[in-house]
Design a protein around this ligand. Structure first.
Ligand SMILES: C[S@@+](CC[C@H](N)C(=O)[O-])C[C@H]1O[C@@H](n2cnc3c(N)ncnc32)[C@H](O)[C@@H]1O
Length: 209
């Protein structure tokens, strides 16, 4: 059984997942991915890329894990996964659906996993599924900084989000620099279609110096 903790720190500022979505959105999201999984949809694209970049049995932080889709795929590939999300409803779904990971309620902008008994650094982190467009506005650089603080020197952080949802790539690149991270690669998809300025989605590989 995976461990879990629903008593994490309260969000310092409500995320856009809370302020910019309608009531019932979290349950809709949970149901949507449960249905896709039951239908046999391929939900592992992000995990495949992360898996290709890390050692076997890596320790991976699924930052903004939601109901655990990406982290669960990584755990199934033999990695130790800790997922963190600000939404307790989504964490409860992750615990129910994916007992192989450790799923914690927490806000990435003030992330401090040592206080949850997880002082060991991660080999990599993944911020997938538009998390960066749902963090509270103005906290993006803090989110990158706090996630990076949990990844060992030289470890990758993979970030994917739609670039037409109010958080531009120019802003992201500024926040990457503010967080002291190195931008190593950029693609248009998780299966590595080349980056193109007209693309509406970006997958960026950052490296912790
Ligand atoms: C579209 S969901 C993606 C969930 C998951 N990564 C996936 O791909 O299925 C966006 C998630 O970002 C989370 N989120 C937004 N801001 C956050 C923050 N500051 N700290 C933790 N989670 C956050 C939301 O609670 C939500 O679960």
């Amino acid at each position: 059984m995976g461990e879990f903790d629903l008593s994490g720190p309260v969000s310092p500022r409500p995320t856009r997942w809370v302020t910019d979505t309608a009531p019932g959105h979290s349950q809709w999201y949970i149901d949507r991915f449960r249905t896709l999984a039951a239908d046999g949809a391929d939900l592992a694209g992000e995990a495949r890329l992360v898996d290709a970049m890390v050692v076997r049995g890596a320790r991976v932080l699924d930052a903004g894990c939601g109901p655990g889709r990406v982290g669960a795929e990584l755990a199934a590939r033999g990695h130790t996964v800790i997922g963190v999300d600000a939404d307790p409803e989504l964490i409860a779904a992750a615990i129910t659906d994916h007992p192989g990971g450790r799923w914690l309620v927490g806000d990435l902008s003030v992330l401090d996993l040592a206080t949850s008994g997880e002082p060991e650094p991660f080999d990599a982190a993944v911020i997938a599924g538009n998390v960066m467009t749902f963090v509270a506005r103005g906290t993006e650089a803090a989110v990158l900084r706090r996630v990076a603080a949990h990844v060992r020197s030289g470890g990758p952080i993979l970030v994917g989000f739609a670039v037409d949802r109010g958080y531009s790539l120019a802003d992201f690149d500024r926040d990457i620099a503010a967080a002291g991270l190195r931008l190593e690669h950029r693609f248009a998809t998780w299966d590595l279609i080349a980056w193109d300025a007209a693309a509406d989605f970006a997958v960026t590989v950052l490296r912790v110096p």
